[in-house]
Design a binder for this molecule. Structure first.
Ligand SMILES: NC(=O)c1ccc[n+]([C@@H]2O[C@H](COP(=O)([O-])OP(=O)(O)OC[C@H]3O[C@@H](n4cnc5c(N)ncnc54)[C@H](OP(=O)(O)O)[C@@H]3O)[C@@H](O)[C@H]2O)c1
Length: 286
């Protein structure tokens, strides 16, 4: 029987490319998305390349959709080999000017979505005594960045959540956890981050307005001058996901580009792949 993989957020970007790549590599792919009306691009590729991909609805902020999809996959295959927690959304606004609703939303999509999807899949992987959970974090999960404190806070939480599981669920039940930390990726992410953030075209007001303008200017400069070195394509990130999925001894954490490695170095130099840390903790009780 083919290995199967459940991927969240496959309507665009990294999720879409990961679904296509895993299918081309011989996996049975369950490509999930919150809004099935956004499945046209994926459907066209499935038909064109005759790929073994089934598209299912899953909104990481809605437990009933997670449960329904996971139970459906189990009823068909009696297993889930790999979960790729990919769904996420950008948000750049100072916490002072973010509404309670926005704060809850950015935390739900980027953090609690990972918690609930992982929680739903874990009992099956534990029973199988096998499984892999690959989660998209960001360099923002290691390094806090201006106007991104809410997004970075959620990604830091993801890092702590997965790291915690990797210290005891991983070695006890042969479930391999990996966290991937990309820098910039050329996807819809920036556009949707801006869409999620602005209110009447305004990003920041009052004393924050000139600071935000400088921040944007710096980002723009970086995008123009260093685009080649800074930004990855979603396919390049999908290739790192596939590489980690095929690794018998995968890293706990991995930056997905040289730029990301350099950017996060101050935080990662002591234990770049996180394996020393897991060894140190597990050696105290396992
Ligand atoms: N792009 C970057 O620069 C960058 C950098 C570092 C890390 N990352 C991380 O990489 C991952 C993939 O991002 P991307 O660059 O591919 O961005 P993207 O093109 O915007 O894709 C994000 C995906 O997540 C989905 N999504 C959003 N909310 C969801 C929900 N509640 N339930 C299920 N799916 C939901 C989106 O669906 P809709 O189409 O319905 O919105 C979309 O399919 C994210 O975790 C992101 O945080 C991105």
């Amino acid at each position: 029987m083919k290995k199967n993989v459940l991927i969240t957020g496959t309507s665009t970007g990294v999720g879409l490319e990961t679904a296509l790549l895993f299918a081309k590599n011989g996996y049975k792919v369950y490509a999930t998305m919150r809004n099935l009306s956004k499945s046209t691009a994926l459907k066209e590729k499935i038909t064109e390349d005759k790929l073994d991909i089934e598209i299912l609805e899953l909104d990481v902020t809605k437990q009933d959709t997670i449960t329904k999809t996971v139970e459906y996959i189990i009823s068909k295959d009696q297993k889930i080999d790999i979960l790729v927690n990919n769904a996420g959304a950008g948000f750049a606004k100072t916490v002072e000017q973010a509404s309670e609703k926005e704060i809850e939303w950015v935390t739900n999509v980027n953090y609690l979505g990972v918690v609930y999807t992982t929680k739903t899949v874990l009992p099956y992987m534990r029973k199988q005594k096998a499984g892999r959970i690959i989660t998209l974090s960001s360099v923002g999960g290691l390094v806090g960045q201006p106007f991104n404190e809410l997004y970075c806070g959620a990604k830091f939480a993801v890092e702590g959540f997965i790291e915690g599981l990797a210290t005891y669920v991983g070695p006890s039940f042969n479930i391999k956890f990996s966290i991937l930390e990309p820098g910039g990726i050329s996807t819809e992410f920036m556009k949707s981050a801006i869409g999620n953030t602005t209110v009447d075209g305004q990003f920041a007001t009052g004393e924050y307005e000139p600071i935000f303008a400088k921040y944007l200017e710096g980002n723009q400069r970086r995008a123009n001058e260093e685009a080649e070195n800074t930004y990855q394509t979603p396919l390049e990130v999908a290739e790192v996901i596939a590489e980690v999925a095929a690794d018998d001894n995968p890293p706990l954490r991995k930056r997905t580009s040289k730029w990301a490695e350099e950017f996060a170095k101050l935080k990662t130099v002591g234990d770049p792949d996180g394996k020393k840390l897991i060894e140190q903790i597990t050696s105290t009780f396992l």
